[in-house]
Design a protein around this ligand. Structure first.
Ligand code: GDP
Length: 499
């Protein structure tokens, strides 16, 4: 392979410091190495321990993945209706829920869970996600085979297969004295049902009780097959389970880099989405001296009017000098005018602004400002928006390809202004490895926020729905008071994030 002849530093950059396996062919997934080159260097070194864990995960996935005899054995056990003895290969099946940002957060979280528990991650790819992401593991597949029986079941919190339902109906019982869970009756894991469903959906800003206590995780460990649905960045909650803490600390010496590294490792746009991103980047953004991403997401339950939102974006960019002032704006110093920068022959610096939104009007107005006016500094500001689909269409593959391309385009920016509460924005800045300017949530009764935007404490996504820690313990605890590397989120005051 060409990698052996490549200079060390270039190879290291292309493989993101060892995060990516060198054992892939190029053409099936052009973004894997081409995309990684376009990111700014990561502010967080990859720990050698994380690299070892990833290579070990990959080897296990090859051993147990679809099309292996071990997979066929495990399927036979699943179809027998019983959990059976502890399997040599154990699985967690990911089912999609909500929009792309939510899906990327829960996928990365599920992968981390798989790494921690020695399970193999299998992903159900419905038609709208087909080919959206590349295969992340060399020499095998992460796609759930079509013959898997439960992929289209609409599992919910009260499904009888759900872990919490099983607890309530005594199908599983905690066993505090012995170190594992028991099926009801004969006290042995082989009597458990053939799989467990774990429901980790944001419900009223909480995850279900009994999903992130030590006892729960011991109980869940008894099942060879797990099916999981989540819209949340529950990776944060894994840090609350003492069993996983040591491993997590070794894998992530800087806690605030979990999504950044795992997202860069796992989520590579497939060729159609990558084509969109690459054409747009090379055509419009690559040659700019600086790139500013502006992501505007308006949701129905928080309907901020256009003018108010646009004003807030301008306040934010002005206060933090993200965009140059226009010559027509009130002069900072009388007597200085637009001609002051005309006598320089140096080529003007170009600042490209990438507006990413379902709506076209933020782009229109910003573009108009810098089209019709010069800047006081003489910089050139170019404003682009790749698409404006108007509404969310998670069921449409081409729409999702644009969304993914735009998340990646944002992640190639040097600075970013993003919308509160948006998982789409979280994924973009966490992949980029930068702390965005987060537009502060607005008090809709006053139509104003005290500050235009805030700088989050870390690049990590926010878990909007912390788990309750009421299990055997009677009282809920605020994890922030007990765990040094957790904070509440700047935009979701109840939420949790790693720092
Ligand atoms: P969230 O709702 O902001 O947390 O983000 P999600 O990604 O989970 O759901 C929003 C979905 O709406 C995205 O996945 C896209 O399908 C669509 N969407 C929202 N904003 C944009 C945008 O700026 N560009 C594109 N192309 N799609 C968007």
């Amino acid at each position: 392979s060409s990698s052996s002849r490549e200079p060390g530093a270039a190879r290291d950059g292309r493989l993101l410091g060892g995060l990516l396996s060198p054992d892939f062919d190029g053409p099936a997934c052009r973004s894997r190495y081409e995309g990684s080159r376009r990111w700014r260097p990561s502010p967080f070194p990859v720990s050698p321990y994380l690299v070892r864990k990833l290579r070990r995960y990959e080897a296990n996935h090859r051993r147990c993945g679809p099309d292996t005899s071990r997979y066929r054995e495990a399927m036979a056990q699943l179809q027998s209706g019983r959990n059976g003895d502890r399997g040599e290969c154990r699985y967690v099946v990911w089912l999609p829920l909500q929009g792309l940002g939510n899906r990327m957060l829960s996928l990365v979280s599920t992968f981390l869970y798989a790494v921690l528990t020695g399970r193999v991650l299998l992903v159900h790819e419905p038609p709208e996600m087909e080919g959206l992401f590349c295969e992340p593991f060399p020499g095998t597949s992460w796609l759930l085979p079509a013959s898997f029986p439960y992929k289209d079941v609409r599992f919910g919190s009260d499904s009888k297969e759900s872990y919490v339902s099983m607890l309530q109906s005594n199908v599983v019982r905690y066993d505090h004295d012995h170190d594992h869970v028991a099926g009801n009756g004969n006290g042995n894991a082989s009597a458990l049902p053939a799989y467990v469903y774990l429901h980790l959906e944001n419900m009223g800003l909480r995850l279900q009780n009994h999903t992130f206590c030590e006892e729960d995780h011991r109980a869940l460990d008894g099942f060879n097959w797990m099916v999981l649905r989540s819209d949340s960045y529950f990776a944060v909650a894994l840090f609350l389970v003492p069993t996983y803490r040591d491993e997590l600390e070794r894998m992530f010496p800087s806690k605030g880099s979990v999504f950044h590294h795992l997202g860069r490792y796992l989520l590579h746009p497939g060729n159609p989405a990558w084509g969109i991103a690459q054409r747009f980047f090379d055509g419009y953004l690559a040659d700019a001296d600086q790139r500013l991403g502006v992501q505007v997401r308006i949701v129905w339950h928080h309907p901020v009017p256009f003018d108010v939102m646009f004003d807030q974006i301008l306040r934010c960019t002005r206060e933090h000098a993200l965009l140059p002032q226009l010559t027509g704006e009130p002069p900072a110093d009388a007597g200085v005018n637009s001609t002051s920068n005309m006598n320089t022959t140096a080529k003007a610096k170009v600042k490209a602004v990438l507006v990413v939104s379902l709506k076209p009007e933020y782009y229109d107005k910003l573009h108009g400002m810098y089209y019709n006016n010069a800047t006081a500094s003489g910089e050139l500001v170019t404003v682009y928006q790749p698409s404006h689909d108007q509404d969310q269409h998670t069921e449409a593959r081409a729409h999702n390809e644009r969304a993914l391309a735009e998340i990646f385009l944002l992640s190639y920016c040097d600075e970013m202004v993003t919308t509160s509460w948006s998982t789409f924005g979280y994924v973009a800045h966490a992949l980029a490895g930068l702390r965005p300017r987060l537009l502060a949530p607005l008090d809709l009764s006053k139509m104003r926020s005290d500050v235009a935007c805030v700088r989050p404490a870390s690049i990590e996504p926010c878990l909007h729905s912390p788990p309750s820690l009421v299990c055997r313990r009677a009282q809920d605890l605020d994890p922030v008071a007990h765990v040094p590397f957790l904070r509440h989120c700047e935009d979701v005051d109840f939420g949790l994030k790693l720092v």
